[in-house]
Design a protein around this ligand. Structure first.
Ligand code: PAF
Length: 290
């Protein structure tokens, strides 16, 4: 596995793959890898001739009071994991190489980046779309892989690629979970033991919501109230948002749920913000009666 620390080096690797006529899959990460990231790599490995992973804790997607300085990192461990998965090259740039002095250009989806998590973390998605655009320009992949756990991020990136005619096919990969249901995230290691136990409530409550939606006619308002009050029963949880939205546009849903929607949760446990999501599909029998 080639380790490239500069844009020049990774561009040379990309040129080599182009000369070989190889297709390239990109897996952008912020490191401290877990099985969720490795699933992205496996999907890229299955489809593409060459796989490039990137490890970059992108400062522009963190707010001033957020966890940038405490973001966990273990590059040697990450490299070992990527090697085992058969990654061909990893790009690990320094912040000053990614953002040259005087950088002032940004990429932003105007609406999608300002709703939901974008309201809790102003500027976050602008940082994501800007760095992802830069990684696409530097690595020039044919495919790029992102987890469905960061559901809004996936929709924001898909929209950015569509709107700007970026020649990269975006692949969403289902959330990988711990045995008890907690969605895998590099942030999970920052949870206290007590919060780690409490955090399982997110996936448990989403499963209940999925069952309710699939078995009873229900309105988005009632379902979201039920989810919120179940989360609030958990003393360690500080509920930031509960939303039921159109699965693609993320527009609010009102009244009876009559198509597949996405339930999006953002909940703080101490200083750690966790998110989770689930696609909810109503039972077609109820739709016919409606
Ligand atoms: O999902 C992440 O880890 C990051 O937001 C990404 C896509 C690597 C951009 O920094």
């Amino acid at each position: 596995m080639k380790i490239c620390n500069t844009k020049k080096d990774i561009r040379a690797v990309r040129e080599e793959y182009r000369a070989q006529g190889a297709s390239v899959g990109l897996v952008p990460t912020m490191g401290y890898l877990h099985d969720g990231h490795l699933e992205l790599v496996r999907q890229a490995r299955a489809r593409c001739d060459r796989v490039i992973a990137t490890i970059f804790v992108n400062p522009t997607q963190f707010g001033p009071n957020e966890d940038l300085s405490s973001y966990p990192s273990d590059l040697e461990r990450d490299f070992a994991m990527l090697r085992i998965e058969g990654v061909d090259a990893v790009f690990v740039p320094a912040p000053q190489d990614m953002y040259l002095l005087g950088s002032e250009t940004v990429v932003e989806t105007k609406r999608l980046s300002r709703i939901l998590i974008g309201r809790i973390r102003p500027g976050h998605f602008q940082g994501v779309t800007t760095v992802v655009t830069k990684l696409f320009n530097i690595c020039q992949p044919d495919y790029a892989y992102f987890g469905e756990k960061d559901y809004q991020q996936l929709q924001v990136i898909k929209r950015m690629v569509r709107d700007l005619d970026v020649p990269v096919e975006i692949k969403g990969v289902p959330t990988v979970r711990e045995a008890d249901g907690l969605a895998m995230s590099s942030r999970n290691v920052m949870l206290t033991p007590q919060d780690r136990i409490a955090a399982v409530s997110l996936s448990r409550i989403l499963t209940t919501a999925e069952e309710i939606c699939g078995s009873h006619p229900v309105t988005a308002q009632n379902l979201s109230k039920l989810i919120r009050s179940s989360l609030e029963d958990e003393p360690c949880a500080s509920v930031q948002s509960v939303d039921i939205r159109d699965a693609e546009t993320l527009a609010p849903i009102r009244g009876r749920i009559d198509r597949s929607v996405v339930a999006l949760l953002a909940v703080r446990f101490g200083a750690v913000l966790l998110i989770d999501q689930r696609i909810l599909t109503p039972n077609p029998v109820h739709l016919q009666k409606a």
